[in-house]
Design a protein around this ligand. Structure first.
Ligand code: GLY
Length: 396
């Protein structure tokens, strides 16, 4: 941080053109109509590419190939959510019709209990249909079922929601991404559903706040718990580089998840954790000039390591929200970093050209580097959080 400030002062003293925060915001505002026009074109290409497939949903474009998921896949909510964002921005009825058509593809998964991703899946799709599409009880009933399915994974002794079922390799794994599924539980609790969901969301978030972080405030991806002893059994880097590395998307899920929990509960401890995660990211090691992180901040082959545009998109969306909850100077720092990332993502370096990347919007994301899947790929959640961030920037 000190080095960055020094570099900025030196550049300013040398007369280098450093766009001020307001000028950067103006530039981003000018670019947004073009980005949404591109997003509309790309979504149309993707829908055309999936003609004849009435069941699955698009997930990524990897090494020139389209990958799709069945409705129980964890990323299935993002493409319907992207379509809801297109409707929210353009107001066009055809995007509402498309969003509805792709949202209801998830219906058959509404009782799925074999993973914890129901919040990602159902709140990004049906949730946005309520927020932007005027839907009510029809979509609410599906979200209530999805929340009930997620709640079956609660363990009262551990006070945690189990993320994955991978016995015997892991006993009771909990991942930082799990914070993202709590928004749906909070919403159901506030909208006539089971009040216990608010209790378990808070307890889950509290336990992660206490146990998922390193002393420097970076976050582990996976903590595996022993349900018999109630103690931590193991830590795993999993999608990160090494157990003491810092997986870029994990850091982003943390800022987003704890910011959201502060919004939903008003509890200052969640705001404090969100700020710590955000501050870690703002001063993170090995951050390239355009502020789009490598897939892990400690990837072994930096600067050749692939970037993760999805992590940047999630962080940008989260930092824009967080900037509204904190005092100066943190508010301006968070907002400016979000704008910097959105400017990079909306440039030709990251934005797919018309018809490129199989109809996805952003290039250069990483799904799972250690498993060698979706490396330097276009992935649906990068597009989703990028458009969400732009809507947040516009106050929509
Ligand atoms: N939730 C899994 C991931 O972020 O890749």
């Amino acid at each position: 941080m000190k080095a960055t400030l020094l570099a900025l002062s030196l550049a300013a003293a040398a007369g280098a053109a450093l766009p001020c925060a307001a000028a950067k915001e103006d530039l981003l505002r000018e670019r947004i109509p073009g980005v949404f026009a591109r997003a509309e074109a790309q979504a149309s290409h993707l829908i055309d590419a999936m003609a004849g497939d009435t069941k699955r949903l698009p997930r990524s474009w990897t090494r020139g190939k389209l990958f799709c998921e069945d409705p129980t896949g964890w990323t299935t909510g993002f493409f319907p959510g992207t379509l809801w964002f297109l409707h929210a921005y353009t107001g066009k009825p055809e995007w509402k019709a498309a969003a509805e058509e792709w949202t209801v593809r998830l219906d058959s998964a509404r009782h799925y209990t074999k993973n914890h991703d129901m919040g990602f899946m159902f709140f990004c799709s049906y949730g946005n249909g309520i927020k932007y599409g005027g839907h009510g009880d029809d979509y609410k009933a599906v979200i209530f079922d999805a929340a009930a399915a997620l709640a079956t994974r609660w363990n009262e002794k551990l006070q945690l929601i189990r993320s994955w079922d991978w016995p015997p390799f892991m006993q009771f794994p909990v991942i930082i991404d799990s914070m993202m599924n709590l928004e749906m539980l909070e919403w159901v609790s506030k909208n006539g559903g089971d009040k216990n969901y608010d209790r378990i969301s808070r307890l889950h978030a509290d336990k992660l706040d206490r146990t998922q972080f390193r002393p420097d405030d970076s976050v582990y991806h996976v903590t595996d718990w022993n349900p018999r002893t109630g103690k931590i059994w193991a830590r795993y880097a999993w999608q990160g580089a090494c157990v003491n590395g810092a997986w870029a998307r994990g850091q982003a899920w943390s800022v987003y998840g704890f910011t959201m929990m502060f919004r939903e509960t008003g509890e200052k401890r969640y705001l404090e954790r969100a700020k710590k995660s955000a501050d870690w990211i703002l001063c993170a090691p090995n951050l390239p000039d355009d502020k789009i992180p490598y897939w892990d901040y400690y990837a072994h082959d930096i600067p050749a390591a692939p970037r993760d545009a999805s992590a940047a998109a999630i962080m940008a969306s989260a930092l824009l929200e967080l900037s509204g909850y904190v005092d100066e100077p943190a508010a301006s720092r968070y907002r400016e970093r979000a704008v910097d990332m959105l400017l990079a993502l909306s440039s030709d370096a990251y934005l797919a050209a018309d018809g490129e990347c199989g109809g996805f919007l952003l290039k250069h994301s990483v799904g799972n580097y250690p498993e060698d899947t979706e490396i330097d790929a276009s992935i649906n959640y990068a597009d989703y959080y990028f458009l969400e961030a732009l809507l947040r920037f516009l106050g929509k």
